[in-house]
Design a protein around this ligand. Structure first.
Ligand code: BG6
Ligand code: MG
Length: 218
């Protein structure tokens, strides 16, 4: 008898499992104001999936702003403090609709569940959402040297779940995440809008009504 291949679902966190992407945007918007840059929602799409330091590099580039190392450090700290204040009361009610059922169904179908988030706050958020135990592998901003769109974190997730990259499905709301996963020929499910996530294999608005069999053969 031929066994079904090992398969893994690799989830992003912010904007996929919970709507914390909005808090990242609001925190950056406040910080950008301090340095005279107006961060639009459109430009913010390019910050999604991107690590904290690289976000500020991009903002400085877009606004043609020069800052000293000290100013950069203090803005990064300010952004994270504002963000942490937004997420302090986050709890299981803040899970995106349908995502928990979707993950539980995947587990029932023997699909490995991994998380790869650029955020260094990822584990704390998973704890607050009370879903940390569902993941066999968790990769966050502390575990990679190269940020998305580099595929490093996706490769580590595939290796640790002992899954071939071609048998991994990635759920992402960011352009950079889709780009990273595509470099390894992973199947990409965009969560958001097709206008933004142009390169994803398929795009859904969210997990409400989404079934595992819509994505893979079970
Ligand atoms: C990603 C978000 O998940 O994490 C980005 O999409 C954010 O917007 C990045 O910049 C880093 O997050 P943190 O919590 O380490 O500042
Ligand atoms: Mg995201």
């Amino acid at each position: 008898m031929i066994n079904k291949p090992n398969r893994a679902f690799i989830f992003d966190l912010d904007g996929v499992i919970t709507q914390t992407s909005e808090y990242h945007f609001m925190a950056w918007k406040t910080v950008c104001k301090k340095i005279g840059y107006d961060l639009t929602r459109e430009k913010n799409e390019e910050l999604k999936g991107v690590n904290r330091n690289k976000c500020l590099d991009l903002i400085m580039e877009w606004g043609k702003i020069r800052l000293s190392e000290k100013e950069i450090e203090s803005l990064l700290e300010a952004k994270n403090n504002i963000y942490k204040d937004y997420i302090k009361d986050l709890n299981e009610n803040d899970l995106c609709e349908g995502v928990l059922n979707f993950i539980n169904d995947a587990i029932k179908n023997n699909i490995k569940i991994a998380l790869y988030s650029a955020s260094r706050n990822a584990k704390r958020i998973l704890c607050q959402l009370k879903i940390i135990d569902l993941f066999t592998v968790i990769i966050d901003g502390n575990n990679v040297s190269n940020a998305k769109p580099d595929p490093e974190g996706f490769k580590i997730a595939a290796d640790l779940t002992k899954t071939n990259t071609k048998d991994c499905v990635v759920f992402e709301d960011s352009i950079s995440g889709i780009e990273g996963a595509k470099k390894l020929n992973m199947y990409t499910v965009g969560i958001g809008s097709r206008d933004v996530l142009k390169n994803a294999d398929v795009v859904y608005k969210g997990f409400k009504n989404l079934k595992i069999k819509d994505i893979i053969n079970v």
